[in-house]
Design a binder for this molecule. Structure first.
Ligand code: AMP
Ligand code: ZN
Length: 155
């Protein structure tokens, strides 16, 4: 029963408690929204689906942290995408905790370049980040490109 109905007046402390309760409610709503929205984004991520096998791909490498597959629209005779299994939207979002993971991706790229026969002729490892780079898929990925002479500067 409210204080008014009980016939008691609201005191300063009651207002404070009321404000904290409202604040808690907003924080809870915000957390539910963030959890739902974040989860939804990951659920919609095409590369997460490829990693889980929900979308077919031509896998060329996999270990506990990394998945690599042929690009569907190759820009060179060899065009492989190397992605971490962890959903990181873009290179800007990588943190100190991801240092080892990013290093492993470079190791996987070297291994794949050797296997694909482009290690000695040369290859390019490209990460697009945000709009001006042309990033289309917001799950960080490394393009391993080779098998033809590349131009510089890139377009
Ligand atoms: P980016 O522009 O850096 O985001 O590159 C995204 C790359 O993902 C492009 O090279 C696309 O061709 C490639 N891609 C998009 N969908 C698929 C898919 N289902 N399988 C393989 N590669 C894909
Ligand atoms: Zn993802």
């Amino acid at each position: 029963m409210s204080r008014e109905k009980q016939g008691k007046k609201w005191e300063k402390n009651d207002y404070l408690i009321f404000c904290f309760e409202i604040q808690d409610l907003f924080v809870t709503i915000f957390l539910i929204f963030v959890t739902f929205y974040g989860g939804m984004n990951m659920g919609d991520c095409i590369f997460c689906k490829i990693i889980k096998g929900e979308i077919l791909s031509k896998k060329v490498y996999e270990d506990k942290d990394i998945f690599a597959f042929e690009d569907i629209n190759p820009q060179a005779p060899v065009h492989v995408l190397i992605v971490p299994k962890k959903h990181i939207e873009k290179s800007l979002d990588a943190t100190g905790q991801d240092k080892e993971l990013i290093g492993s991706i470079f190791m996987a790229a070297n291994k794949l370049a050797k296997e694909k026969g482009i290690a000695e002729s040369g290859f390019r490892l490209v990460v697009n980040c945000n709009r001006d780079s042309g990033q289309e898929v917001f799950h960080i990925h490394f393009h391993l490109l080779g098998g033809r002479k590349m131009k510089w500067p890139p377009g």
